[in-house]
Each structure stands twice: as structure tokens, then as C-alpha cells.
Design a binder for this molecule. Structure first.
Ligand SMILES: [Zn+2]
Length: 124
């Protein structure tokens, strides 16, 4: 099990007991290191650290990945979303696409439901 560091740029600035590490006489507050984090896709120890990273890098990230420069429109071509429902005994799920504009429903297999690349949306 490998340990990873919290990616919060100021994680070590947050003075908590569990961040104090090192040998006696030279202890410092250090970036948290864990086998698993629960925030920001497993990269941050807390929403505080996630927010610090976002505040520091948001402009670069938006420039890199592209900014929204005009309104996007929800139409019947991009309004399909995946849903599931339980049967009356809560034993079996049924999967479906539902169109958020027309409310039309189309059945899905469980495999199609789990496939992130499978979509009925044509106009993003
Ligand atoms: Zn952190």
C-alpha cells in the first residue's frame, strides 16, 4: 500500500497534531500523507486543501482546458441522463435513459449504464 501526499499547497500550514512529524528536536508541521484521501478524486485531505489548490490554480486550469465563453443550451439532443429504478421488492434494478426535455424513456442494459462512454446525447 503506497502513501500519497495531499496536494493542498498549504496543507502543512494547517497546524493540527497529526501533521507534526520528525524526530525529537526537529519536529515540523508537514503535508499530510495517507494511503487514501476522500476529496478531489483522492488528491486532498480536506475540502480546505482542495479549495486552496483551486484558488491557486483555477485561472491556469481554465486557460488550459478552455473557458465557457457562451451560454450552453439544454435541448432534447443533449438532455439524456442515465437513471435506475428498483422493482417493488427492491431486488432488481432496471436501467433507463430519460430525456430531461421530452421525458421520453429508453431501456438500458446494466453494462450500458456503467459505460461512461455510452451516451444518447448528440449535441453537447
Ligand atoms: Zn491537505
Amino acid at each position: 500500500m503506497s502513501l500519497r501526499f495531499c496536494q493542498g499547497p498549504e496543507c502543512h500550514m494547517h497546524k493540527t497534531k497529526d501533521r507534526i512529524k520528525g524526530t525529537k528536536g526537529s519536529k515540523t508541521y508537514q503535508t499530510r500523507r495517507r494511503s487514501r484521501f476522500y476529496y478531489g478524486n483522492g488528491n486532498f485531505c480536506s475540502t480546505w486543501c482542495q479549495d486552496q489548490w483551486l484558488t491557486k490554480h483555477i485561472e491556469q486550469a481554465l486557460d488550459h482546458f478552455g473557458r465557457t465563453t457562451e451560454a450552453k443550451h439544454l435541448t432534447q439532443d443533449n438532455a439524456w441522463s442515465k437513471e435506475y429504478d428498483w422493482d417493488s421488492t427492491y431486488q432488481n434494478r432496471s436501467y433507463m435513459y430519460r430525456n430531461g426535455i421530452t421525458n421520453e424513456q429508453r431501456p438500458l442494459t446494466e453494462e450500458q449504464y456503467r459505460d461512461n462512454n455510452y451516451t444518447l446525447n448528440t449535441g453537447e
